[in-house]
Design a protein around this ligand. Sequence first.
Ligand code: PSV
Ligand code: MN
Ligand code: MN
Length: 388
Amino acid sequence: MPDPNAVKQALRAQRIETPSWGYANSGTRFKVFPQPGVPRTPEEKIADAAKVHEFTGIAPTVALHIPWDRVGDYGALARYARDLGVTIGAINTNVFQDEDYKLGSVTNPDPGIRRKATDHLLEAVDIMDATGSKDLKFWFSDGINYPGQDDLRDRQDRLAAALREAYDRLGEDQRILLEYKLFEPAFYATDVPDWGTSYAHCVELGPKATVCIDTGHHAPGTNIEFIVAFLLRQGKLGAFDFNSRFYADDDLMAGAADPFQLFRIMWEIVRADALDPSHGINFMLDQCHNIEAKIPAIIRSVLNVQEATAKALLVDRGALRTAQQAGDVLGANAVLMDAYNTDVRPMLAELRAENGLDPDPVAAYHRSGYQEKIVAERADGRQAGWGA
Ligand code: PSV
Ligand code: MN
Ligand code: MN
């Protein structure tokens, strides 16, 4: 059995990044349901992220999304974050909310529009320089709705050219995270639809380009942990966007829809000894809380990832290997299931207490009075949301 102290040590080192946009108002294409107390500014989103870190102890970075988090002085924003005990994580680019991008951004047939989109990618590197961020995250909504609408292969060439420009602009310790998504908003063909496309572009770019796996961006039934294992083996897994899906890109709380899948993913991470931050994988959340309270939902998600990780760390690796090598199908499966079926909540509560945290972060948040405070302070109706 794994040494309980080693398990706790690994959990102490775990880091999960929360998304600034998860604190803001969001919705489906049918309706945004605004919530009281939601941040009005990037600073207020960071303040909420700092609260999540305060109660969980393992979420010390917050990802920004530009232009949703546009400010005049990014250095000042980074200092503001540091004063609150967090730092700026990945800089997410946004080339999907501009009239000009109707037919694509970096793959658009119009070179002027491609220039505009690529300039935004380069601007994001300036923001990384100013904030100290190491991760430049790309998700391209680019694609086409009808066969023949544009040339599939030309679009790959245009994509490669834009990626190359951004890559060449990176500093020594900065890198690209290239996210893929099966479909939406394009319905016939998406330019970066799957991990293979992302991986191929990353290989072509070089060592500073890695794949970001958004758990909500696959066809139903996709074996995501296989993708994790494959990319880890190639040294090309850079990050996760964790969230849950039942149908498409639902952006529900991580670990809510399928905690077993989250466990299987985290097991591949543990199997590769890739949990520690020194390994360089950025474990981010990418979620929207449309009908539930946002800060408690993000705390819950962080805890769900932590629970899945704790279970993965409990896998008896020696026993698993022995069973696998003996061809003991049921025995090997049982080793994994024993770990998954362990109730890790008491151990995590103990760990939090040892680290000076409340054993129940959600309850502690509710008791803290922070929600009441932000509802009172942010009552002027200028709440941030998608596009703000
Ligand atoms: C696209 O669906 C995505 O997953 C990308 O990561 C975007 O940056 C994010 O959602 C926007 O919410
Ligand atoms: Mn995402
Ligand atoms: Mn998504």
